[in-house]
Design a binder for this molecule. Structure first.
Ligand code: FAD
Ligand code: DLZ
Ligand code: SF4
Length: 509
């Protein structure tokens, strides 16, 4: 029998991925390829590229050890065709194959490329998720709006995680109101384990240093796990040292504390090194053993079986044009400070700083600092989306786009969230220690020293008054504005205009 090609992409690194489960070890050839097209469609952070290539190379070695025939293409192989489609054609010729098996990629871009490929394709749904496309569509059908909370309850019932019979453990589904504590002075979390690069990773580090030195982001020190046993050690460490306080300080941001009590596991879960349900069961076991409180464990599990599954459902249901949406008509260029340019805003300096160092930032800097600022300033959501997709090691479009285009930029017009996540400097001051060392005054409402978030907050709301004034959760904000002194209102808007003009002129803000 002629062999079939079995495509395994860089974020499908587990033997339980659908295409491998459907393949025949004695007949088929696994195709894995490091290709320029995937590294360049956005300028990925060098740490992300090292992580993927090192994890891919090690996965290929494990597959070979298990008896698979693997055709692995390195980026610097002279015959490398430069794209996934090109490599499939080259391997088809080499092995005399005319058919291929693939697991559905997490980006429409690649799904479309595979569907248009001349080889005969069997495309299998990625069943590493709890909720299939059909199940999500059934849940979503006929609903006026999609709300994560109701979807999440379905997932709790389906998995039986934190259930007490048919009731939620502790008598309520969601303990979010316990999870909004600002950081007390001196708050410090454990540092996630760091893994010394081994010879495989060292070789990739050299390659990436030569080829991607110009991309935004620090290559060294490289500390990510690149194989399942290391990722499991990172999970163990999180459960023992950070999970107990995950809930309390989920929204806190502290200078010099890049991770606080967050798990830093998304990079491993999204690439296949960790199984999401196993991660949740480990967290639940810690609760049942009295090692972590319910608000922490429920909050953590909700992120994975709730938000993670929900945004994936939205991405696939909304279709290929989703990442290009721009419901608010925002057109501003992304300011240079996102790529490491200078800024006087302490919060942005911190958020971009950790992103540059570690290809990571936890949810709050992503949502309430870089995301909030881009939305308030009216940056083109396409540019914002491409930035998030490039700079974070956990970013693939299925999860990044609904979070950025939807949750953070409201560019989908309200599919992911019912109202935009915007705030003035007040919220950042409450949840962080950033404002204490900022050039701007968070309590200053206008004038050159005013916190830019304070100015742009009102500018945003007024720009979009027609759209948002009718939103029942936002009417009160507009009433507050209307009650302010007229001269004050005019001064705030004029200052905001000046600030935006300075941003457009490339001045340091
Ligand atoms: P923890 O806080 O420890 O959370 C535990 C796990 O829950 C995460 O590992 C992740 O798997 C899951 N999770 C938490 N929040 C979300 C969410 N909103 N959507 C999906 N999964 C979630 N997450 C990505 O995995 N990839 C992205 O490209 C990505 N882009 C984002 C862009 C923006 C603008 C925003 C606001 C959020 C984005 N997120 C993304 C969601 C979230 O910020 C990250 O999952 C989280 O910060 C990863 O760090 P952690 O592993 O320490 O998470
Ligand atoms: C992100 C990425 C990068 C940078 N490089 C590769 C690669 O060379 N080969 C590969 O198979 N996958 C890579 N990936 C991940 C793919 O882009 C990913 O599979 C899609 O984004 C779909 O989720
Ligand atoms: Fe950010 Fe404003 Fe606080 Fe400065 S004062 S850190 S700009 S929120």
């Amino acid at each position: 029998m002629t062999p079939r090609l079995v495509l395994v992409l860089g974020d499908q690194l587990t033997s339980s991925v659908a295409a491998l489960k459907a393949a025949d070890k004695t007949r088929d050839v696994v195709v894995m390829a490091e290709v320029a097209a995937e590294t360049h469609y956005v300028p990925h952070h060098p740490k992300k590229i090292v992580f993927l290539f090192a994890a891919m190379r090690k996965f290929a070695l494990r597959l070979k050890a298990e008896g698979w025939r693997v055709a692995y293409s390195r980026l610097d192989d002279p015959e490398n065709a430069g794209s996934i489609g090109g490599e499939l054609l080259r391997r088809a010729e080499e092995f005399g194959a005319s058919q291929m098996l693939a697991t559905e990629p997490g980006e429409w871009r690649l799904i479309e490329a595979l569907n248009a490929h001349p080889l005969e394709l069997q495309l299998l749904e990625d069943d590493r998720f709890l909720c299939s496309h059909a199940e999500f569509d059934t849940w979503a059908e006929g609903r006026k709006s999609l709300r994560m909370e109701f979807f999440y309850r379905e997932m709790r019932r389906k998995t039986a995680l934190l259930m007490d019979g048919d009731q939620p453990e502790g008598g309520q589904w969601n303990f979010d109101h316990d999870n909004r504590k600002g950081p007390p002075k001196g708050l410090a979390g454990p540092v996630p384990p760091r893994f010394e690069p081994d010879p495989v990773t060292d070789e990739v580090l050299e390659l990436v240093e030569t080829r991607f030195g110009a991309h935004f982001g620090d290559l060294y020190p490289f500390w990510f796990a690149t194989e399942p046993s290391q990722a499991e050690a990172a999970l163990d460490h999180f459960i023992a040292h950070a999970l107990p306080r995950f809930g309390d300080y989920q929204d806190a941001m502290v200078r010099g504390q890049d991770f606080l009590f967050h798990s830093v596991l998304s990079v491993y879960i999204n690439s296949g090194l960790l199984d999401p349900l196993t991660v949740c069961r480990r967290a639940e076991a810690a609760y049942r053993a009295g090692q972590a409180p319910l608000n922490a464990v429920e909050g953590f599990i909700r992120q994975i079986i709730g938000w993670r599954e929900f945004v994936r459902g939205v991405y696939f249901r909304e279709g290929p044009g989703y990442a290009g949406r721009n419901a608010l008509g925002h057109r501003r260029r992304l300011p240079a400070l996102y790529w490491g340019g200078d800024t006087d805003m302490r919060c942005l300096k911190e958020a971009v700083g950790v992103t540059r160092r570690d290809s990571y930032a936890h949810h709050l800097p992503r949502l309430m600092v870089t995301g909030n600022f881009a939305l308030l300033a009216g940056v083109d959501p396409r540019e914002v989306h491409e930035w998030y997709l490039a700079v974070y090691a956990d970013a693939y479009e299925w999860v990044e786009a609904p979070n950025t285009v939807g949750m953070s930029q409201f560019a989908d017009g309200g599919v992911v969230g019912s109202k935009p996540y915007v705030s003035s400097g007040n919220y950042i001051a409450k949840m962080s220690d950033y404002c204490q060392s900022c050039t701007y005054g968070v309590k200053v409402k206008r004038g050159p020293d005013a916190c830019p978030f304070n100015l742009l907050y009102w500018h945003f709301l007024l720009r979009h008054r027609t759209r948002f004034a009718q939103n029942p959760r936002m009417g009160q904000i507009y009433r507050t504005w209307d009650r302010m002194d007229e001269d004050h209102r005019a001064a705030v808007l004029a200052d905001a205009e000046r600030l935006l003009a300075r941003l457009d002129a490339g001045e340091v803000v």
